[in-house]
Every structure is written in C-alpha cells, then in structure tokens.
Ligand binder design. Structure first.
Ligand code: CA
Length: 225
C-alpha cells in the first residue's frame, strides 16, 4: 500500500485530504510544519509528498530544495496562491506537479495516481536485490532481513543499494561518496564509516548475520559469510 505524506499547516485541509486518501486506500502521515515534513519525507517511509508552500519553520520551496539533495520521492505542491512564480520555483526545484487550492479532490487523486505511476518501474518481483537473507525492493523502497522489515533512512538505503548492486566487490570510501553523496560533497570522508556503522547495527547486529565486511585500508564489501 502506498503511503502519502501531507505537509500542510491548515489542519482542516490536512484532515480533509487525509480522510479522502484513506478512503482511497492510501496510508497517510501528516506534518504541520516544513521542518517536520522534511524529516518525515526523508524517512523512506513514504512514496509521495503533498507539500503546501506557505508553511511555518521551513517554506515548502525550501523543503523541496533540501529534499531533492537526497531523494527523488514524487512531490505535488499545494499552493493557495495561483501565482506563476510559486509554481515555476517549485517545479524548478524538483516538484513533480502542483495543484492550486481550493482543488477538487478528484483532481488531486488523479494527479497522485499519475505521479505514483511515474516512479521508476519495479523490477520483476523475483529480481529484487538480495544477498542471503537480505532483500531490497528498490521500487517500493523497502528492505527486509529474514522477512522482517529493516527501517532505513533514505541515505542508509542508498548506501545499502550500492553495496547490494556490487556484491563481492570491494568499494572504496571515495566510491560511496561519489555515488551516494555526489561529486560536490565537501564534508568529512568518515561519513561513509558512520553510515556503514548504522547499517551494521540495523542489519548485521540486529539479525545476527555477517554481510557487511571491512577490507582494511580499502573499503567495504557486501557478501555472505
Ligand atoms: Ca499553509
């Protein structure tokens, strides 16, 4: 079931949209300010974000600007002001679509279906990324180990995906930085070690498996045993 995040400070609107979405069979989360909304959107728990523009803490435009550094989750902007600038800014920053309030719920639902369809197509069900008991469904953004869900942040998910796609191959910290953080990343290189530690704690330690290995002086490799 797809989970949709509503980031909207007007409780009446948020509540109305939530009820309609639940009626359509979606799971729904809500955030009443931009900062909470950004954190929730990055949690990896949602498949689509409905994002108001005028929000406390962080504006909707700022939320999408920061969100797009890490995530390609579909975003539909909800804007009260039918101004060209808001739409253009939002689309420039990576929103997938926008809808102007007040909107007909049917139109919103149609746009949600379209945005969800545009996601990268799922690989065939039997072709998920797996390594022993570990399984990743990239399209659904889910990871399981021994059939139990593993809750990952979106960055942890990307690090693990790179490992799964390159099983048996030792990856250097620079490779992780380039592929996951981007070439313009200027921070500490030990951020990779930190994320590997998070993943080990959530997978190897939590499930008593031995999948993520350190190759001293070189980097990390994912393999069984
Ligand atoms: Ca608002």
């Amino acid at each position: 079931m797809d989970r949709i995040l509503i980031v909207e400070d007007e409780e009446a609107i948020a509540r109305f949209v939530e009820l309609e979405l639940r009626h359509e069979g979606y799971d729904v989360g809500k955030a009443g300010d931009g900062r909470t909304g950004l954190d929730m959107a990055l949690s990896g728990q949602y498949q689509l974000v409905l994002l108001d523009i005028m929000l406390p803490e962080l504006s909707g435009l700022e939320v999408i600007r920061r969100l797009r550094r890490e995530s390609q989750i579909p975003v539909i902007m909800l804007t009260a002001r039918d101004t060209v600038m808001d739409k253009v800014s939002g689309l420039d920053m990576g929103a997938d679509d926008y809808i102007t309030k007040p909107f007909a719920i049917e139109e919103l639902l149609a746009r949600i279906r379209t945005a969800l369809r545009k996601r990268p197509q799922a690989a065939p069900a039997d072709a998920g990324l797996t390594c022993g008991p570990l399984r990743m469904d990239v399209a659904r953004h889910t990871v399981t180990c021994r059939e139990q869900p593993v809750e990952l942040t979106s960055r942890e998910f990307e690090v693990l995906k790179l490992l799964l796609e390159n099983q048996q191959i030792v990856l250097s910290r620079d490779t992780f930085l380039a592929k996951v953080w981007g070439y313009d990343y200027m921070g500490e290189t030990n951020v990779v070690d930190v994320y590997i530690r998070y993943l080990r704690s959530k997978i190897d330690d939590a499930f008593g498996v031995d999948l993520i290995h350190t190759v001293r002086g070189v980097g990390y490799v994912l393999r069984e045993g």
